[in-house]
Design a protein around this ligand. Sequence first.
Ligand SMILES: C[S@@+](CC[C@H](N)C(=O)[O-])C[C@H]1O[C@@H](n2cnc3c(N)ncnc32)[C@H](O)[C@@H]1O
Length: 224
Amino acid sequence: MNQKLYMVSLGPGDIELLTLKALNAFKECDAICVPTKSEDNSFTKSISYKIVSNALEVLDVNKPVVPVYSPMHFIYEDWVHEADIILDTLSKYEKVCFVTLGDAAVYSSIYYLLDIIKEKNEKIYKSCEVIAGVTSFSAASAEAKKALCLGDEELVIKPINPRGEVKTTQILMRPKIGMDTQVLGEGDFYTFENMYLEDAKITPSKIEKVKKYMTLFINFAKRD
Ligand SMILES: C[S@@+](CC[C@H](N)C(=O)[O-])C[C@H]1O[C@@H](n2cnc3c(N)ncnc32)[C@H](O)[C@@H]1O
């Protein structure tokens, strides 16, 4: 079987904020794994299930929906259990989606799950595609008609109840063409140039000189 896992961002709740990529993944897949906080595996309280059902209605297709019990206790064993359900679903169906609210990049469990999946089945990890989505705060800004950052302002995203040391990921935008990136300091950098354009380039480090305005750097939080 040519197994493929899609980690699909659902956006903040409005079906119209689901991406075309997400809809295409739902069309393409054979089953959809949906997290639920209910111990009985029901979806009565699941916002994700509501969005997925809506999407399947819009697409006019039926797909098996597999509950993934996600108590959100931040416990490693729970993530292992969730990863096992995803892997088990992939042993029955060739293409599987797992869904997460908002955007997968922001406080989502998918990267804990992907770390475990990588250990258990490197091939599935490598074939996995993460589909970006609209964050709750992008949607909130649009609802309020208020920019998140303008001119020289910064944007800060903080956990209200941190469980331990708070580490920071920095997103660095709007560089000057020709600038030396030494000033950005050191860290776990990635450079993204002209994303999704013909000459798109992603470099898993910090490039030395900026060649294009459409360049952004991410200095990822140091994780063990
Ligand atoms: C585990 S984080 C997930 C964030 C999500 N991945 C995102 O991109 O926005 C959950 C938090 O996101 C915020 N959030 C997510 N969806 C929201 C919504 N529809 N309305 C208000 N806040 C929301 C709330 O602060 C909530 O406690």
